[in-house]
Design a protein around this ligand. Structure first.
Ligand code: HEC
Length: 128
C-alpha cells in the first residue's frame, strides 16, 4: 500500500514536471518545425534566404537572420506578411499567404522565431 501511494505521488509529480517544461518549450519548437517544413524552400533551413527555390525567383526571399532589415519591421508587419502574404505589406506575391494553414497563435510563434533568427526587435505585439 505504502509503495503504491509513493508511486502514484511520484508519477503525479512527474506529470506536473513534464507539463511545466513541455509547454513553453513546445511553442518555440513547433515554430521551428513549421519554419523548417514550410519556409525553408525559399528562406533556407537556417533562414538566410538560400532555399532551393531561389535560383528561379525574380524577387529573392528575405534573409531572416539580417537584423538590419528585420529591425525596421514591427511584429505586426511580420505577422501580416506571413498571414496575408507579401502583397499585403507591399512586397512580392512570391511570398505566399499562410492564412488557412496556420492559426493566428502559430503565426505569432513564427514571428517570435524570426526574432530569434534576426536577434532583433521592433514594435512588439501590443498584447505582449
Ligand atoms: C515560395 C517562396 C517562399 C516561401 C515558401 C516563404 N516565403 Fe517568406 N518571402 C518570400 C519572398 C520572395 C519574400 C520577399 C518579398 C519581397 O521582398 O518583396 C518573403 C518575405 C517574407 C517576410 C517579409 C519580411 C519583410 O521584409 O518584411 C516574412 C516575414 C516571411 N517571408 C516569412 C515567411 C515564413 C514565416 C514562411 C513560412 C511559413 C515563408 N516566409 C515562406 C518567399 C517565400
Amino acid at each position: 500500500m505504502m509503495v503504491m501511494t509513493g508511486n502514484s505521488v511520484f508519477s503525479g509529480m512527474l506529470v506536473i514536471i513534464i507539463l511545466m517544461f513541455s509547454v513553453p518549450v513546445a511553442a518555440g519548437e513547433i515554430a521551428e518545425d513549421n519554419y523548417k517544413t514550410y519556409c525553408w524552400q525559399c528562406h533556407g533551413m537556417s533562414g538566410i534566404g538560400n532555399g532551393i527555390n531561389v535560383r528561379d525567383m525574380s524577387v529573392q526571399p528575405r534573409d531572416h537572420t539580417d537584423g538590419k532589415d528585420l529591425s525596421t519591421r514591427s511584429d505586426d508587419e511580420l505577422f501580416m506578411a506571413i498571414k496575408e502574404g507579401g502583397q499585403a505589406v507591399s512586397k512580392s506575391v512570391l511570398m505566399p499567404h499562410w492564412d488557412g494553414v496556420f492559426r493566428d497563435e502559430e503565426i505569432r510563434d513564427l514571428v517570435r522565431y524570426l526574432r530569434k533568427l534576426c536577434q532583433c526587435e521592433h514594435g512588439k505585439y501590443k498584447r505582449d
